[in-house]
Design a protein around this ligand. Sequence first.
Ligand SMILES: *[C@@H]1O[C@H](CO)[C@@H](O)[C@H](O)[C@H]1NC(C)=O
Ligand SMILES: *[C@@H]1O[C@H](CO)[C@@H](O)[C@H](O)[C@H]1NC(C)=O
Ligand SMILES: *[C@@H]1O[C@H](CO)[C@@H](O)[C@H](O)[C@H]1NC(C)=O
Ligand SMILES: *[C@@H]1O[C@H](CO)[C@@H](O)[C@H](O)[C@H]1NC(C)=O
Length: 226
Amino acid sequence: MYRLKHNISSTLGLIILYIHITDTRSSVINDLALGFTRLPFNKSYYINHKPYNLPLEERYSFINGVHKLWVFSTDEPLSRCSPTLPRSELFINVSVGYIYFTGVWQFEAHVFVPNGTTGVSLMQVFGGYPHVTNTTLMVRVYDGNLYYYKYEVISSDMYDKWFRLNVIRDVEGDTVNVYINGVLKFEGQGRGGAMHYFKCGVYAQDQDSYYMESRWKHINIYKKSK
Ligand SMILES: *[C@@H]1O[C@H](CO)[C@@H](O)[C@H](O)[C@H]1NC(C)=O
Ligand SMILES: *[C@@H]1O[C@H](CO)[C@@H](O)[C@H](O)[C@H]1NC(C)=O
Ligand SMILES: *[C@@H]1O[C@H](CO)[C@@H](O)[C@H](O)[C@H]1NC(C)=O
Ligand SMILES: *[C@@H]1O[C@H](CO)[C@@H](O)[C@H](O)[C@H]1NC(C)=O
């Protein structure tokens, strides 16, 4: 009897221990905010980039917490003389202190890309030298797959579903990591450039579709606590 009780209680103990371990482990993997401080992010913290000749509401809406950004391949660039392709993007307001030269910074958002949108950059870590795009990272969409530029698939089959995107840029460590739904999917290196900030939306690249759209909600900017 003693032995049976002992066995049952140690088995229960092991089960509880096991649950505890797996629980801790999964929360560590999923909690990308651990060790980071979330910074304020509202309308004062971003500026829209859009075709220079159009009113904002023709290429952007913000309804029920969802930023919808869209552009056509025949649109004008963000300024009259810019050689760049059309875009509708949220760009960090340079006046609010989220442009960084040091530290570990994180961008987080829930993203939706409708079927058909292709040949487009969804998200950028701006700053990279010497590179034509001046970026450390572009998360692009080609035919429903997320890409690191056009070099490497980050995640496949991403049309018509909300997913969580986290990008962590470690300036001193010179890394840039991309997580999809909390899972590390891409580990990259820096690409030079001293100054960085985040951008998101749609920015035409190559073989872009006539219509490009992405939707964003729960956008958060984090900085690693010292
Ligand atoms: C944006 O956030 C800042 C900092 O928390 C706050 O002072 C400001 O009132 C907010 N603005 C809006 C429009 O919510
Ligand atoms: C950018 O930030 C500055 C400083 O907080 C603020 O005065 C300005 O209105 C902001 N710009 C936009 C377009 O929100
Ligand atoms: C996207 O649309 C095309 C054309 O209508 C269709 O063939 C394809 O199955 C769709 N893909 C997804 C993931 O819904
Ligand atoms: C990259 O930076 C250079 C130098 O500042 C600038 O002339 C060029 O227009 C930038 N290109 C893009 C795509 O932003």
